[in-house]
Design a protein around this ligand. Structure first.
Ligand code: GDP
Length: 447
């Protein structure tokens, strides 16, 4: 018999309504002890809740009774919709505790739903991501995951593996008779198709960029106007958090909502030769951050007296990155021209700005265009977390081994079973307890 657990499911603090959830075999007994009678399944009933030990009235609340298995967790469940005052919630939680129920751990309701087959691990992660979603892009992606977009793909891939395994086993069991020629070749071509699909899923980084934020690094020499640009972009209504110091004192991160996607701007330490050990470390971290970013803005001071090779410090830049000609209000034509030439050679787009005057329309338009082009797609991405990337990466390696020249059918069949296990880790049908612990620990209490 499992424990019966309870938790406040809504955010703590004063509110109009607070929801307390109870799940486990004692749910119905607890409801009767508090409310006098249990309500009809899945109907809301208005009840006076009383402390079972003293008989004192605690609240007038809406009560809901969900008999298992037709509940979120798959167990008997009760939901109490209380008046959302701190004292009401405290008294109700205490009464449940006195009835012998146990406060839930973080993610325990969802974990029970997973263990009872109500959700797979991908869908459970979708629940967590939906709760954490701050932008519409994150919300859409989490909802796709919650409603089985990724699971559908896993099912399709496992179907291909079953097909390949059937062919391989036929060739093993009936080496000479009854089997049409070329079955191993057919298995190979099925596996090759799978290889292409897994490869494409791994190349697609939209899922992680949407979930974790589309990172844009702001690079450039000291005084080019990097901080001014960050401030100008963040001052707009788009900012969803105030500027906060990043992991190091030298990277300032600001999260923006651009076209419904979370964009994290990172202002890095100015790039220049330095003998100072702390500044050098700041630059090292800034470079690492910039390298992992989805896009880099290289800010150039267009007001300098002389044109100098402006991009020489920009060994981090990749094709598709952007040069921002800043201080255009005091621009020197020669500098602008030289910089445009360099940018064209490197394959970088150029936009103009006067950051300290908040004249950054071109930068904003470009950012929006790039974010939409890079993140919006007709199909939901498969990989939204490192966990998925690792499972698919392992499957792909095993697949490459299976397809290596001269591999006998027996060994290929064994490879296919291993690939199947690797893919099953995605939905958590196969997996170590510690993976489950890690996934569910990231949930909040009451979920
Ligand atoms: P950072 O070291 O690259 O972060 O550069 P800052 O943003 O601190 O700017 C350095 C100096 O340039 C400051 O005095 C800013 O006011 C000035 N500045 C920044 N952007 C502009 C601009 O568009 N026009 C002008 N005239 N000055 C600017």
């Amino acid at each position: 018999m499992r424990d019966t657990i309870f938790a406040l499911a809504t955010a703590p603090g004063r509110a109009a309504v607070a929801v307390v959830r109870v799940s486990g075999p004692d749910s119905r007994r607890a409801l009767k002890a508090l409310a006098g009678t249990a309500s009809s399944p899945r109907y809301a009933s208005l009840r006076t809740l009383r402390d079972p030990s003293s008989g004192e009235r605690l609240d007038q609340a809406l009560t809901l009774w969900f008999p298992g298995p037709e509940s979120f967790t798959g167990e008997d469940q009760v939901e109490l919709q209380l008046h959302g005052g701190r004292a009401v919630v405290d008294a109700t939680l205490q009464a449940l505790s006195h009835l012998g129920l146990r406060p839930a751990d973080a993610g325990e309701f969802t974990r029970r739903a997973f263990e009872n087959g109500k959700l797979d691990l991908l869908e459970a992660e979708g629940v967590a991501d939906l709760i954490d979603a701050e932008t519409q892009g994150q919300r859409r992606q989490a909802l796709d995951q919650l409603t089985g977009a990724l699971r559908g793909r896993e099912v399709h891939w496992r179907g291909l593996l079953v097909q390949a395994l059937g062919l391989l086993e036929a060739s093993i069991d009936f080496p000479d008779e009854d089997v049409p020629g070329g079955v191993v070749d057919q298995a190979r071509s099925t596996l090759t198709a799978l290889q292409a699909e897994l490869g494409a899923a791994l190349v697609d980084d939209r899922g992680e960029r949407v979930r974790d934020g589309f990172r844009v690094a702001i690079l450039g020499r000291p005084n080019a106007g990097k901080s001014s640009l960050l401030n100008a972009l963040a001052r707009r209504d788009a900012a969803i958090v105030t500027p906060l110091a990043g992991t190091t004192r030298d990277i300032i991160e600001v999260a923006l909502d651009i076209a419904g996607y979370r964009v994290t701007l990172g202002d890095t330490a100015g790039l220049r030769e330095s003998c100072d050990a702390i500044e050098a470390e700041g630059m090292r971290r800034g470079k690492a951050w910039a390298k992992a970013a989805a896009l880099r803005f290289f800010v150039v001071d267009a007001s300098q007296e002389e044109a100098e090779p402006m991009l020489e410090t920009a060994d981090l830049l990749q094709a598709g990155d952007v040069v921002i000609l800043n201080k255009m209000d005091q621009a020197k034509a020669t500098v602008v021209k030289a910089c445009q030439g360099e940018a064209a050679t490197g394959g970088f787009e150029v936009v103009e700005a006067s950051a300290s005057l908040n004249a950054i329309d071109q930068v904003e338009a470009l950012l929006k265009r790039v974010v939409v082009a890079r993140l919006v797609g007709s199909e939901a991405p498969t990989v939204t977390r490192l966990r998925h990337r690792e499972a698919l990466g392992t499957a792909l390696q095993q697949l490459e081994r299976a397809l290596a020249g001269g591999r006998p059918a027996e060994l290929m069949a064994e490879d296919v079973r291993l690939i199947s296990r690797s893919l099953a880790r995605l939905s958590g049908r196969v997996g170590a307890e510690d993976v489950l612990d890690e996934v569910f620990a990231s949930f909040c209490i009451g979920k």
